[in-house]
Design a binder for this molecule. Structure first.
Ligand code: SF4
Length: 1003
């Protein structure tokens, strides 16, 4: 990171006093951007100048990034030689101290400190033994356990152990006033049990988690005052940056050390005493944070301590406010603005995009950056698993561990080095579905199929060769050895070696990080199989948790994407803060920008209208600023010759690499690929010539002139490629029609999927209600599911949903003879179905069963007094809208006492309110279908949320039919024109089965 301006030059406050401070406690207060970290580095250097060896000062930063910056500055300022520096984050310093005194603490000196990923893996391995009956698993134990682990971490930071938690829960159970409170208390008791089990498992493995480190130090200092004194005396001075970030467990360590040595200096982010000191102060702060627990703590532990306020803030960026139509509009606006900054000479590494959770909101930003060819590095716990090479390696590992894992096999087939074309992938999935085979077996079958061209067969053969060799080695080798071999063998490392991109080094580091994870895992599980490692890797990647020691690799030359937590204490020239409609604690980010700060919020989130956060509103009011509005660009980035040049440059590199590989291992289509690569290069030359042409010659004339010159050097085959290219027509149209570049280039790269679009016998497109919603949610997901038809194993949620639908259909088809029989019959149908559908007795399954039993009881209670009478069950429809067929089936149609009809759709997922159903499409479509296909006018449509035993009517509107028809035509047009642009969004991608194969889920 770049250095702050030299502090002394503009000093008007107590900074120099703090730098020169000697013995005794001191608190340095200052808002963000007042140079507190720099002050600590200067003090450390001053102490060294005055004769205190740098190794005798212990300096702690709140995060790895701030500690790294403090160390860099101290190293730069220290004049004399030194033995070592004790500068680090809380985690590294805590672990170092504990390891040095492990024996005194009663610990094995070789203890491991495990990160959330390792702990998650341990718990998943013992899932059957964990008390989880009262915590909803819903088919995703990894996600539930990741949340519970985060809570355990928070409790340890607060110094709350399982015993205390259990006492509190018992007390709550005793005081519970109703069944809901009792249930909540019991769930808490179960959580306390899980907490105990977690600690027991960890201790059994001779390991600690990060929270344990401070609890263990706390105990050590209490039980061994001699050790405490030794440490306190060893470090003559102790400095802590950002005291407000210290947890109660960490404060306890400071308090203990202060008993023997009070030479402590803390910086604290808050208003100077007496409130904001003129200027702009801190326009978007909560009430002065000097009243925070950490400040109160200082006054209590060091009542005699001095306080110095820093009043000059070095960062004073221009603040702008954005109101964006939606998340995509917001990401596009950032990418557009960043492109302008880069064009103006800004350093990419000095631009930062901040989001609340990179794993969720980072994908949309990464996709928008990608559209403009801007290198973007997203950091965060799950960032490693979002990198393409790492995902390629995971795809191979998953495919090898389970050939039924279709998305993994599909990714391995379509990515380098195999690069099966999309049409051939669609043919393969058809074979797999028809023959009910896994995708690998379908590959074997494809070798004899006349549907595949020789070139496609070669690619499939290459895949099978690699796959079979790796599958044999997988059983024999240790996980770490196997992963390294696989990376080499599949060529994941080589593919990018020469691409002239700043992210290359970072990607190679990503692969070595993956190999390191395998090594660490193999060390922990010496008898574990590679399959065990794959299960671990898949779980941590899915849950988005951070593996231990996951130090972010450097990413020079890339725009930085950071979590809000990670920015504190570091600075960038330009910062974009996105998603300020959430209720995250945004005030924590302080002043991360030097030159420009954009605060952005969206108007419409996934759940409808979104309100700006309080932080945003206060900042807007304080700055008396106006909001800039940004809408969504339907066709991607605005074009320009430079942007086109950048995109094409990527393709040239890729095409050259591909053609070069084929030259060393010629295939039947090698000559075609080589000529194509050369043609792409000639087009790149053309763009460079056009971009640099002097004067204002019209584009058409300039293109004609360059084409004439290129014709003199191109061979007939290359000229044919150039003639087939749509680049010229795009360049001519570009000014009028934004976005055609991507379409045309993509169309040229990707053969038509026309033959695989879901059509009926009459050639018309066939769309169901779920197809419409799938496409509207994410066109790319529609392509994976309906065009490629990648086979999927049904999840436990889906299997359960099917069972409930079947039970209710059977129940209403054969109504009970009497009221008494009703519930018995319903229960009997359910229990029989449950056994036949192959459900087992895991906690997850038993939770579903318990909820279903209760829900069916309530269903029956409701049914016996219901006024409507079911007249049709699972009734199908098929009608036309324009040139498309719309098909589907309605779960149940009731005739009401007044003769009206009500269409009912059963749901076993999360309940939605009437307001959330405001723009519902499915039931509006069903009503139109009833009219068109059955000639039935249905006045009502409702969702029956079976597990909640609640029926919610979807609002009807006079323009419903028109709205449905418009949507069908819009989706139909999108599918026919093969517009399968991804629409990444946190809530949808989080549950998407195609995440592994989806490029939009990468950074
Ligand atoms: S991961 Fe997200 S963007 Fe990709 S296909 Fe799934 S829903 Fe679409």
């Amino acid at each position: 990171m770049r250095e702050e301006p030299p502090a002394a030059a503009v000093e008007t406050d107590g900074r120099e006093l703090a730098v020169a401070h000697g013995a005794g406690p001191l608190l340095v207060l200052g808002t963000a951007g007042t140079g507190k970290t720099e002050l600590l580095a200067r003090r450390l250097a001053r102490l060294a100048d005055d004769g205190t060896g740098p190794e005798r000062t212990l300096a702690i930063g709140s995060t790895r990034a701030t500690a790294r910056r403090l160390r860099e500055r101290a190293e730069a300022l220290l004049r004399g030689p030194f033995e070592e520096l004790w500068i680090g984050s809380w985690d590294t310093i805590g672990e170092r101290l504990l390891r040095e005194h492990a024996e005194a603490a009663g610990l094995d000196p070789f203890f491991d400190v495990l990160g959330p990923a390792e702990r998650l893996a341990m718990l998943l391995d013992r899932l059957e033994q964990l008390p989880l009956r009262r915590h909803e698993i819903r088919g995703n134990p990894a996600a539930l356990l990741a949340r519970l682990l985060a809570r355990i971490d928070a409790l340890k930071a607060e110094r709350v152990g399982p015993t205390r938690l259990e006492q509190r829960a018992r007390e709550a159970e005793r005081r519970a006033g109703d069944s809901a409170e009792t249930e909540a208390a019991r769930r808490e008791l179960e959580f306390a049990e899980l907490y105990t089990a977690h600690d027991r498992i960890l201790a059994g493995a001779g390991s600690l988690d990060r929270g344990d480190v401070f609890l263990a130090l706390d105990c050590l200092f209490a039980e061994r005052p001699d050790v405490r004194r030794q440490i306190a005396e060893r470090f003559e001075y102790l400095m802590v940056d950002e005291l407000e970030e210290a947890t109660p467990a960490q404060l306890a360590i400071l308090e203990a050390l202060a008993e023997d040595n009070t030479n402590h200096l803390y910086t604290f982010e808050g208003e100077p005493r007496g409130g904001p000191a003129g200027g702009r102060g801190r326009p978007f702060s909560d009430p002065p944070s000097t009243h925070s627990p950490a400040d109160a703590w200082f006054q209590q532990v060091h009542p005699e301590g001095g306080v110095i306020s820093l009043e000059h803030r070095f960062r004073d960026p221009a603040v702008r406010f954005w109101k964006c139509a939606n998340e995509r509009a917001q990401s596009q606006a950032v990418a557009r603005e960043v492109e302008h900054l880069l064009a103006g000479g800004a350093d990419p590494a000095q631009i930062c995009v901040l989001v609340a959770e990179p794993a969720h909101q980072g994908g949309a930003v990464a996709a928008a950056m990608e559209e403009r060819g801007i290198p973007f590095h997203l950091s965060g716990p799950a960032a490693l698993f979002q990198r393409p090479e790492v995902r390629d390696a995971i795809a191979w590992l998953r495919a090898l561990a389970d050939p039924d894992d279709s998305p993994a096999v599909a990714r391995a087939l379509t990515r380098p080095p195999i690069e099966l074309r999309p049409g051939d992938l669609a043919r393969l999935t058809t074979i797999a579905r028809r023959r009910k085979q896994d995708m690998v077996a379908a590959c074997e079958a494809a070798l004899d199929s006349p549907q595949f061209q020789p070139e496609a067969r070669e690619r499939i053969q290459a895949f099978l060769k690699l796959y079979n060799a790796a599958a044999a080695a997988m059983e024999e080798r240790r996980a770490d050895v196997f992963v390294r071999r696989l990376i080499e063998r599949v060529g994941l490392r080589r593919q990018r070696l020469f691409a002239a991109q700043p992210e290359v080094a970072e990607r190679l580091l990503g692969l070595s990080r993956l190999a390191e994870l395998a090594t660490a895992w193999a060390r922990r599980e010496p008898h574990g199989s590679t399959r065990g490692f794959v299960a671990y890797l898949s779980a941590v990647a899915e849950a988005g948790v951070e593996p231990a020691g996951n130090e972010e690799p450097p990413s020079p030359g890339s725009v930085q994407g950071l979590a809000m937590d990670a920015v504190k204490g570091i600075g960038f020239d330009h910062v974009f803060v996105l998603g300020l409609e959430g209720d995250a604690d945004w005030a924590r980010i302080g002043w991360p920008a030097r030159t420009g700060l954009v605060l952005s919020r969206v108007e419409r989130g996934e759940d409808g209208e979104a309100r700006p956060s309080r932080f945003y509103e206060e900042a807007l009011a304080a700055a008396a600023g106006a909001e800039e509005e940004h809408g969504e660009e339907l066709f991607g980035p605005a074009e320009g010759l430079h942007a086109t040049y950048r995109t094409l440059r990527e393709q040239v590199l890729e095409a050259s690499w591909r053609a070069g590989r084929e030259l060393s291992e010629p295939r039947l289509d090698t000559a075609i690929d080589v000529n194509r690569a050369i043609a792409r290069y000639l087009e790149l030359l053309k763009l460079a010539a056009l971009a640099q042409r002097p004067g204002d010659e019209p584009t058409a004339e300039a293109i004609a002139a360059v084409n004439g010159l290129l014709r003199q050097v191109a061979t007939p085959e290359q000229q044919a490629e150039l003639d087939a290219s749509s680049l010229d027509s795009y360049l001519l149209d570009a000014e009028d029609e934004q976005g055609r570049r991507r379409e045309l280039i993509a169309a040229r790269e990707e053969p038509s999927l026309e033959a695989f679009l879901p059509r009926r016998g009459d050639g018309m497109l066939s769309l169901s209600a779920s197809d419409l919603s799938l496409y509207l949610t994410c066109p790319l997901k529609y392509k994976f599911a309906r065009v490629f038809g990648i086979p999927q194993e049904p999840t436990i949620n889906q299997r359960f949903g099917i069972l409930i639908h079947n039970v209710l259909e059977r129940f209403h088809k054969e109504p009970p003879a009497s009221d008494e029989d009703g519930l018995r019959q319903l229960t009997h149908l359910f229990e029989t179905g449950w056994r036949r559908t192959g459900f087992g007795a895991t906690d997850d399954e038993l939770q579903f069963r318990d909820r279903a039993r209760e829900a069916l009881r309530l269903y029956w209670e409701r049914e016996r007094v219901a006024e409507g009478e079911p007249v049709w069950l699972e009734r199908k429809f098929d009608f036309k809208v324009g040139e498309h067929h719309v098909r589907g089936r309605v779960d149940r149609v009731d005739r009401l006492p007044d003769g009206d009809y009500e269409l009912i759709d059963y749901k076993t997922g999360e309940r939605r309110t009437e307001e959330q159903l405001e723009n519902d499409l499915q039931l509006a479509l069903y009503r139109l279908a009833a009219r068109e296909a059955w000639e039935v006018e249905a006045a009502f449509g409702s969702y029956y949320y079976v597990l909640d035993a609640d029926k919610v009517a979807a609002p009807t509107r006079p323009d419903d039919a028109e709205r449905v028809e418009r949507t069908v035509l819009q989706v139909g047009e999108g599918v026919l024109s093969q517009d399968f642009e991804p629409r990444p969004s946190p809530s949808v991608c989080g549950w998407c089965d195609y995440r592994l194969i989806c490029p939009a889920a990468e950074t």
